[in-house]
Write a protein that binds this ligand. Structure first.
Ligand code: NAI
Ligand code: AKB
Length: 377
């Protein structure tokens, strides 16, 4: 491992560099931590996989910094279902809500505090790490120094810790890792990547650094480029694709939605369950099936106009207006319109479950399409 790098890198983890992120910034860390539960530390187990493993090899899935964001809480839930409640540690720098706090181990961890990260990995014998902390595209443009610190220095910390402690590391990338000179319809895995946001630049850096550590040090680095993710029970953290979540809330609450992107802006999108399923699947895939370490994943692509038409099936009186935000429009215009994920489908059997109609049905069944009518009466 790159332990020799540690001395040189110590300077980038000074506590003084721990920026104070705004409220919208969350870091999720999920660790699978062994606790006094059946199968762990000699506690008898009634059966199953863990009994067959030697004690020292009990699966401990790691953590995911940035865990309280749009995706982290759902990922923790999925991992806990798969590996056991106490085997996954969620972490962030924000205070968790009651339901999160009482759903399994939660700790404070700042991605910029290298020593603390190392302590967590060592003390809990972490084996897998899902690194979710980041500033997304729009908030990143609003605070470039902080985005650079969290998305780039944070990534360096995680890479070194993962290589040093032999962790399996998942880092999400994004459609935002492409730019105006990339082929946009469709966008393949391997093509020109010259993004013009700090978010995109930091994600290309993460892809390249992770792959470099894989080839140079044998780090088990796995990366998926997510489309815009749509979820019902968690709010997006300041991206360009957020409108596709907000439209559901506004349609139900007010019957009106003001969209900050032009009606014809086509972007790849995905329902959260598909995104988290892909994440677990690629982490569990046998190493020999992976011909690459960074894969596009895709489910659907739509424009605001097309999404509105589908939403109107549930809220027919929805009034959609447009007030274009130049920053986010310029970002969206430089991103893929359709995402080619044929390598993921071929190598490890990726398959999405939700297309646009199923997505909209599911969102309304969670959020309750009749709540506005109920309020009106
Ligand atoms: N949500 C989406 O549509 C997509 C997300 N992704 C990636 O997935 C990951 C998770 O995204 P979301 O949950 O949507 O982001 P989010 O913005 O909702 O959450 C990010 C979390 O990082 C935390 N954080 C910020 N600074 C931190 C620090 N110094 N230490 C620890 N935690 C810190 C924040 O408190 C926040 O809870 C990110 O890496 C993002 O780039 C990629 C493509 C699409
Ligand atoms: C697609 C993403 O990475 C994110 N949702 C954003 O819009 O910044």
């Amino acid at each position: 491992g790159p332990a020799h790098l540690k001395g040189e890198d110590a300077s980038h983890q000074e506590p003084g560099q721990s920026c104070q992120p705004a409220a919208a910034e969350l870091w999720l860390w999920l660790w699978h931590v062994p606790r006094a539960r059946p199968g762990h530390w000699g506690v008898p187990t009634p059966g199953g996989l863990r009994r067959q493993l030697p004690l020292g090899d009990v699966l401990r899935v790691g953590s995911s910094p940035g865990g309280l964001g749009q995706l982290g809480v759902g990922l923790a839930k999925l991992l806990r279902k798969r590996f056991g409640k106490n085997n996954v540690i969620l972490s962030d720098i924000r205070k968790p809500a009651d339901n999160v706090f009482y759903s399994g181990p939660f700790i404070f961890a700042d991605i910029l505090d290298y020593k603390n990260l190392r302590e967590i990995v060592v003390n809990n014998r972490i084996t897998w790490l899902f690194h979710y902390s980041a500033l997304l595209s729009a908030v990143g443009e609003a605070n470039v120094p902080l985005a650079r610190a969290v998305n780039i220095t944070g990534l360096h910390n995680v890479l070194d810790i993962a290589a040093e402690h032999n962790l399996r590391l998942f880092v999400p990338s994004t459609i935002g890792a492409f730019g105006p000179t990339s082929p946009r319809d469709p966008t393949p895995d391997l093509c020109i990547q010259r993004p013009r946001t700090i978010y995109g630049v930091s994600k290309v850096h993460a892809e390249l650094m992770g792959e470099y550590y894989h080839y140079r040090y044998g780090l088990d680095f796995r990366c998926l480029r997510y489309p815009g993710i749509i979820s019902a029970d968690s709010q997006p953290g300041g991206g360009t694709t957020d409108y596709a979540v907000q439209i559901f809330h506004d349609a139900i609450k007010t019957g009106k939605f003001k969209c900050y992107l032009r009606p014809d802006t086509r972007l790849p999108m995905m329902y959260i369950d598909d995104c988290l399923k892909a994440t677990l699947e690629v982490m569990e895939a046998p190493a020999e099936t992976l011909t690459m370490r960074t894969y596009n994943i895709s489910a659907m692509s739509f424009t605001p106009e097309e999404l509105a038409q589908e939403v109107q099936k549930y809220v027919p009186e929805l009034q959609m207006t447009y007030n274009v935000d130049q920053v986010r429009q310029a970002i969206a215009d430089s991103w893929p319109m359709n995402f080619d994920d044929s390598n993921a489908r071929r190598d490890w059997g990726w398959k999405h479950d939700y297309d646009l109609p199923e997505l909209v049905t599911t969102m309304f069944s969670y959020l309750g399409s009749d709540s506005r009518i109920a309020q009106a009466n």
